[in-house]
Design a protein around this ligand. Sequence first.
Ligand code: GLN
Length: 548
Amino acid sequence: MASTGQKTAKYIFVTGGVTSSLGKGIIASSLAKLLQSRGLSVTIQKFDPYINVDPGTLNPYEHGECYVTDDGAETDLDLGHYERFLNVRTSQANNITTGRIYYNVIMRERRGDFLGKTVQVVPHITDEIKNNMLLLGQTGEYDVVITEIGGCVGDIESLPFIEAVRQIKFELGENDTLVIHLTLIPYLTSAGELKTKPTQHSVKELQESGVQPDILVCRTEHPLPTDLRKKIALFCNVQTSSVIEAMDAETIYDVPILMRKERLDQRALYMLDIYNDQDADLDAWKGFVSRLKNPSDSVRIGLVGKYVELHDAYKSIVESFIHAGAENECKVNIEWIHSESLTPENAEEKLRDLDGVLVAPGFGERGIEGKISAIRYVRENGIPFFGICLGMQMAVIEYARNVLGLEGAHSVEMNPDTPHPVINLMADQKDITNKGGTMRLGAYACRIKKDTLAHRIYGRLNISERHRHRYEFNNDYLQQFEKGGMLATGINPENNLVEMVEIPGHPYFMGVQFHPELKSTVMNPHPLFVNFVKSALAYSLQKRAVMH
Ligand code: GLN
């Protein structure tokens, strides 16, 4: 099709059953990738059933990383997968929660929009859900809008979303809507068999809500034989060719290739009545996967953070390393280091064998001194360093204390009474008391100074990166830092906020106030990660040369 001009979108809904964590986001992203590589314009959105208005106030231990979009929305980490797979930007409109839906409806109720009426889940909440589900499709930009419904069918809190899907399916009709249900076919070792019953039950649950899935994507550890596919089809009321096998993959980046082999894209196009004779062009994607799987070298990079028990808390950083590693044909082995386990005494023992250290973003006091100890060690020993957001702020504090001699220097976030507030609350944050959606969020411009490491890395002087913070480098100390050897090499042109710091003379020392990990994609690995891995590799090669 690859039509031009105004498009009438078709809608694909992705639901999940049997258990959570089956990878709906990856299946949705993979299907979107396949449709995109056939020339269609696709976007993905996620509807989450929890009552937080957005995930910005959730502890990363609860829900993993909070992903920030260009327009400053704090969203679910699945939006990161969407952007990484599709290389297109998402926005506030791409992530809606139950909390947001109720918030909108209640605001309208207070305004008097429903005067005289009883406001109810059906139709008022479901109407609000439907309006949001159809919104991106009405912009005329997309051929296909994929909507991922968070949670599992059968959850109490998912019901209004499933009901909205039922209504949309009924109102728009068969050819414009498609429901894909992701389910699990467990293998019972004792019986030596794959079992279809949980899938049958899960589909029945959907059917009870009035939704008949059109395609079943079955997560499995073993291939699904034809007779089993037929059995699933018969019991679940779908065609055998609509039973798609989703085998466990070596990497999430294999999934589009596996889904293409299973013809998920062809099946979806056929059922949506979209004529498309273009074959999915996955050459560039396959090139990336092949570089990823055949590295010629490897590096060990320490990731210092306080949520390291849950790797999802650093999802975008991990994926950025995968993109950057493939670009360098170098495997990046991440060593997870809990910041609370680091002290000035053990930093050497814990860090000396690493080829690079990344100090992660974060909030609050816990683990702070560990981060500072790590930075001191890598700064003094010429080990490549990359500090992101809180990591950059800690690099500034470490430098203030140990090089500039500003005893007790700190961020006012951790110590409001510090004699040297080198990291200060931003002026426009001073009167804010509400926690939700009130940080400095989203894309801001940054101007890079000429002939700096930042300039060499980006190859240009004007960049835009995404932010999520309340505190900033205190410009009252800028001269002192620059005289003392730490330079501010990236500055916001409107308000002079320091966005990047570096130490010339150190092999690689880069601190950034923004979050570059949110913009790395398969097709566009982020230059800061690519160059950090490159310098870690150079450091490692040099170390090995000295040892021989
Ligand atoms: N806590 C710091 C701030 O709010 C850093 C935030 C972050 O690392 N995302 O400024």
